[in-house]
Design a protein around this ligand. Structure first.
Ligand SMILES: Cc1c2[nH]c(c1CCC(=O)O)Cc1[nH]c(c(CCC(=O)O)c1C)Cc1[nH]c(c(CCC(=O)O)c1C)Cc1[nH]c(c(C)c1CCC(=O)O)C2
Length: 341
């Protein structure tokens, strides 16, 4: 069962690679017309995400069409709260909404620790289908939200610039906050282990809202829970991507993860110094892909010069934006492959 292209896994483990592996956060389901066709057929995001055959199809599209070095399972971080008993809706052009929220100890009684096989079986089935179709061409990335980022959505009930409801709870009800974070963590560990069992070769933790916390709060309310996940997932490499948490790079680098994801605010050289013995992933500004082809090539070359070609996985510094031209994405991928070889 050896992979034909295992560049990403070798880079994650700190082994030598002939060139830099490349994939894009949110590569499945944002930019491709082929995605929109399947999405149309499904009728809604949730129908698409919960139908394993269709979720598998859109997972494979970026591998076939863009030539990335890994697939990432098509799903969402919000399937975990739903599996715990808090359903979400996806409002067109607006994003996710939770009709009910969790803001007190009493609300916690309505939640359970997710059982991956029964509550998230549709994701596991999609993973098994993708693995069959991939036929060992490239690795499959599994993922989950970091407990703090999931806490943000469960308490706030929707997206927010400040997540002030979520942050207020950290200050006013630490006991409740820690109880909810622990329930999310236990659910997430079981879910990620089940993803690995179903065939995920590496898993990424998205702490998308890390950057709204102070260093002290991050140390109290996010890192300890990410640490539990890293310590529990021993079967495959773990990537921790904490958007905006430039202040926590050194501490994240001391977790038992293999890869640290960086956003574009984080300087490559400084990040190497702060995280000396792990693989780094990132970090091109997604807006670079709005520039002309020559400028994209120049920015990619500069990024690779800064990171070097070893212990490095090329990516954007956050998810690809929905209005990005797929040809620009291909240019990004091709330049990484050619320039780093
Ligand atoms: C915060 C977050 C969410 N979801 C996710 C995060 C963490 C990464 C990040 O910071 O961007 C993660 C995610 N969501 C989705 C994936 C698919 C796999 C991939 O391509 O990486 C992944 C990895 C599908 C999706 N998740 C969503 C869509 C669009 C829904 C649609 O097709 O109608 C897709 C393809 C919806 C979603 N889901 C979420 C939001 C805020 C939204 C609305 C805006 C948006 O499009 O991003 C929550």
């Amino acid at each position: 069962m050896t992979l034909q292209n295992d560049l990403l896994l070798r880079a994650a483990r700190g082994e030598k690679t002939e060139r830099v592996p490349v994939w894009l956060m949110r590569q499945a389901g944002r930019i491709l017309p082929e995605y929109r066709a399947v999405r149309e057929k499904a009728g809604s995001f949730i129908a698409l995400a919960t139908t394993p055959e269709m979720a598998a199809e859109v997972t494979l599209q970026p591998v076939d069409i863009l030539g990335v070095d890994a697939a990432i399972i098509f799903s969402d971080i919000l399937v975990v709260p739903e599996a715990m008993g808090l359903p979400y809706e996806m409002i067109e052009q607006r994003g996710p909404v939770f009709p009910k929220t969790v803001r007190s100890a009493a609300d916690l009684d309505h939640l359970h620790i997710a059982d991956a096989d029964t509550d998230l079986g549709y994701v596991l089935e999609a993973i098994r289908l993708v693995k069959r179709e991939l036929n060992n061409r490239v690795p499959l990335i599994g993922f989950a939200g970091a407990p703090f980022t999931i806490f943000c959505y469960m308490t706030e009930g929707k997206g927010s610039k400040t997540f002030s409801v979520a942050k207020k709870l950290l200050y006013t009800d630490p006991a409740f906050s820690h109880s909810l974070l622990q329930k999310i963590t236990d659910s997430t560990i079981g879910y990620l282990k089940a993803q690995v069992q179903a065939g995920a070769n590496i898993v990424q933790i998205f702490d998308s809202w890390a950057g709204i916390l102070s260093p002290e709060q991050y140390r109290t309310y996010s890192l300890p829970y990410i640490k539990q996940i890293c310590d529990a997932i021993t079967e495959v490499p773990v990537t921790v991507f904490a958007k905006g948490a430039f202040f926590a790079r050194q501490e994240i680098g001391q977790l038992s993860c293999s890869v640290v994801g960086l956003d574009w605010n984080m300087d490559p050289t400084e990040s190497r110094r702060l995280v000396p013995d792990k693989t780094l992933q990132g970090n091109l500004d997604p807006c670079v892909l709005y520039a002309g082809f020559d400028q994209i090539r120049a920015e990619v070359r500069r990024m690779i010069q800064a990171f070097g070609t070893q212990r490095y996985i090329a990516n954007l510094g956050h998810g690809v934006y929905p209005d990005t031209d797929p040809e620009k994405v291909k240019c990004f991928i091709e330049t990484v492959k050619e320039y780093s070889a």
